[in-house]
Design a binder for this molecule. Structure first.
Ligand code: UD1
Length: 416
């Protein structure tokens, strides 16, 4: 007897989240004697470059996706529509009991919509619509100009089961009228993956490759990541921010693994003078010229190692705010708002927006000041995905009655 779970990935931040879910399913299947999970992994192809997708499958030991939709890039509407068109066919062919979507990218909202708009007939039910599960539900930046905020609101409104990472998400969902029995505070699957791969990442040679070792120890350096449309799509905003980063790079080597969207904007705006191309196979010597060191996007393990040993990380990413919180590395977030407020209260995160003066002031404060010891947010302990699978299995057993009564609950050694 089996229950069919179909999970969706599409863009880079999805891969580390689903890796934890895949591992929890593997572990569950290894320990369950009766009911097994038949897991189908679907990759929409929203991200498709080797260093935006394949490298993560390798680093995170993810199974090869069962289905690949190959949608590629496009405007938000075109990309969302293409995913919906492809995913409807998948859903009708696979007929899963449960669909899991993670995070807030276009693949998340597109597959959530299709899941709740598609039904078929089963032996026991005339019209069956699969259960929609959202992992990382309830986060809100309260800024609807962010495409991800729209994706989060729509996905949460449609979901039957909502797994949250922090208390603010529980409050947001309740305020929006989501019934409390649908909300489960389980912790953070991205942190499950970070804790699982932290030791393996130590083996990465990235610091050596980038000539960031001196006297057998890492040199002090900072990392920059930047890809939000609000920061990179307007050439005036981008060049003003680059002025601040250039100034910072005079104090501390600044390594910048750049997203393809950002690289494209740098080329279009002819902003190459800010950078030294810092290719891993032939890095520029650090003391030749002071410039921002531009790199292609890095794989998971290389980036984790680089992040763990950095003096400070400057970023507009959502996930990096959470990862630096656990690593205890100061994080300067290049946004005015965050949908992850626990990283400000428990972690190392501060918000500075895109203002040049604020970026430099905060950087100076962080590198001169004492490093604060952050405390891990509640339930960010490496067991979130296990909790998710245990809750889903228990809910299936309850809702399906006697036919599913033989479902084994996950081994008692697994935490609540
Ligand atoms: C998407 C997510 C964002 C997430 C980010 C992480 C949405 C709305 N946004 O933004 O939340 O933080 O991923 O990376 O889903 N491109 C390539 N190769 C690729 C993928 C993209 O060259 O493999 C280029 C294309 O020019 C594309 C652009 O990057 O047009 C943007 O890609 P897209 O998937 O639309 O959004 P992201 O900015 O990556």
């Amino acid at each position: 007897m089996s229950i069919k779970i179909l999970s969706v990935v599409g863009a880079r931040p999805n891969f580390m989240k689903i890796a934890a879910v895949c591992e929890a399913i593997r572990e569950y299947n290894a320990s369950s004697k009766r009911l097994l999970i038949d897991h189908v992994l679907v990759h929409t192809g929203q991200h498709y470059d080797t260093n935006m997708s394949d490298m993560f499958f390798n680093d995170l030991e993810l199974p090869t996706p069962n289905l690949f939709l190959g949608v590629g890039s496009g405007s938000h509407s075109i990309q969302t529509a293409k995913i919906m068109e492809g995913f409807e066919k998948v859903l009708l062919a696979e007929k899963p009991d449960i669909v899991i979507v993670v995070g807030d990218v276009n693949s998340t909202v597109a597959c959530a919509l299709v899941t709740k708009k598609t039904c078929w007939t089963t032996q026991t039910e005339r019209d069956f619509i699969p259960k929609l599960v959202h992992v990382e539900a309830g986060l809100r930046s309260f800024d609807r100009t962010m495409p991800e905020e729209v994706n989060r609101i729509v996905t949460d409104a449609l979901s039957d089961v909502l797994f949250t990472t922090e208390e603010s998400a529980n409050e947001n969902l309740k305020r929006e009228g989501v019934s409390e029995d649908k909300i489960h505070f389980v912790g953070n699957v991205m942190i499950d993956t970070l804790l699982r791969y932290r030791t393996k990442a130590k083996e990465s040679t990235i610091l050596k490759d980038l000539q960031l070792y001196e006297n057998n120890g890492p040199k002090p350096y900072a990392i920059l990541t930047l890809h939000r449309p609000a920061n990179v799509d307007d050439h005036g905003t981008l060049s003003k921010m680059l002025d601040a980063f250039l100034q910072i790079s005079r104090d501390l080597p600044l390594v910048f693994p750049a997203h393809p969207r950002t690289l494209k904007q740098i080329q279009e705006a002819d902003l190459g003078d800010y950078f030294v191309d810092h290719f891993i196979d032939r890095p520029e010597p650090w003391d030749s010229r002071v410039r921002i060191r531009l790199l292609p996007p890095l794989g998971y393990l290389d980036f984790l190692k680089l992040m763990s040993l950095a003096q400070v990380v400057l970023t507009d990413s959502g996930g990096i705010q959470e990862e630096t919180t656990i690593l205890g590395v100061p994080c300067i977030t290049l946004r005015d708002k965050t949908e992850r407020p626990v990283t400000l209260t428990r972690g190392t995160n501060v918000l500075v927006g895109s203002d040049c003066k604020k970026i430099i002031e905060e950087f100076t404060r962080v590198v001169r000041g004492q490093r604060e010891i952050p405390s891990a947010p509640q339930l960010w302990d490496g067991h979130a995905a296990r909790r998710i699978i245990r809750i889903l299995i228990e809910e299936e057993r309850r809702s399906a009655g006697p036919s599913r009564a033989e479902v084994q609950t996950i081994d008692s050694k697994h935490p609540d």
